[in-house]
Design a protein around this ligand. Structure first.
Ligand SMILES: *[C@@H]1O[C@H](CO)[C@@H](O)[C@H](O)[C@H]1NC(C)=O
Ligand SMILES: [Zn+2]
Length: 259
């Protein structure tokens, strides 16, 4: 807690400096946190922890249903995002209209180096597909006012969820399917669902089940930005660059430079 407070003071000081020392900005300017969609009869399926091998199948199921999803990418979790295979997955998701969201660089539990953790994945998405994400999915859904403050400084909103399949917690396929069917049975206005693209059972079984169920009840499968009333998914877009996987090797050393 003491560390958080110290860091908070530090970031406030940096923020004040960046604003030219003026104190017109409120100290605690916090990012908006969304737990649910806004639009009626829309479901936003989100997929954390990729880009991973099952991304292609998840995308195909969504596209076949006339839908889109939201992928919350890490920079270096299961694999490095600058690896050719990872870059191809990011490009594929973007090309198929899915929304790309920051899930931090290395999926840390600690709030140390928080700017760095956010900045590095944003930079990767900017380089690989030319988008600057407007949304952050915090690792483990874990956030405090420091995270909200930094996200706000980075012009991002935080997205949580109102349905957790439990796939990353070792839930059985039957359990995850029941989470969806129990939710849909209550005729919710909308659904914002947490899934992980790193499990074949999610990609091959739970996602097709959820899509079929949601479509049969008249829900459109949309991105998070769309279901929030049509917000911009990205802060800006630009022409992609062609980063080599070598670039990540240089980047990996950045945290070790004392600054
Ligand atoms: C902040 O993000 C919004 C989209 O969420 C964008 O319209 C706006 O231009 C961004 N501002 C800056 C300074 O990048
Ligand atoms: Zn995660």
């Amino acid at each position: 807690m003491k560390t958080f407070t110290t860091l908070l003071a530090l970031f406030s000081a940096v923020g004040a400096l960046a604003a030219g020392g003026a104190t017109s900005q409120p100290r605690a300017s916090l990012a908006t946190v969304y737990y649910s969609c806004v639009n009626n009869k829309e479901a936003a399926l989100t997929f954390d922890d990729g880009p991973y091998v099952w991304l292609y199948d998840i995308s195909k199921f969504l596209v076949a249903a006339g839908g889109k999803g939201t992928f919350c990418f890490n920079g270096n979790n299961w694999a490095c995002i600058y690896d050719t295979a990872s870059q191809n997955r990011v490009k594929y998701a973007h090309a198929h209209g899915h929304q790309l969201v920051s899930h931090t660089w290395s999926h840390p539990l600690s709030f140390d180096q928080i700017h760095n953790e956010m900045w590095r994945i944003e930079q990767a998405l900017e380089r690989i597909v030319g988008v600057s994400p407007a949304f952050l999915r915090p690792p483990y859904g874990n956030y405090n006012n420091l995270v909200r403050q930094v996200a706000k400084q980075r012009n991002q909103s935080i997205i949580m969820w109102d349905l957790d399949t439990g796939d990353s917690l070792g839930a059985s396929v039957a359990h995850s399917e029941k989470v969806y069917s129990d939710a849909v049975a209550k005729n919710p206005r909308n659904i914002l669902a947490l899934n992980h693209e790193t499990y074949s059972s999610t990609a091959e079984t739970i996602v097709p089940y959820a899509i079929k169920l949601l479509k049969s009840k008249g829900y459109q499968l949309v991105t998070v930005a769309e279901c929030l009333g049509g917000l911009a998914p990205y802060q800006w877009t630009a022409a992609p660059q062609t980063p080599s996987s070598f670039e990540s090797n240089a980047l990996i050393w950045i945290p070790w430079i004392p600054i």
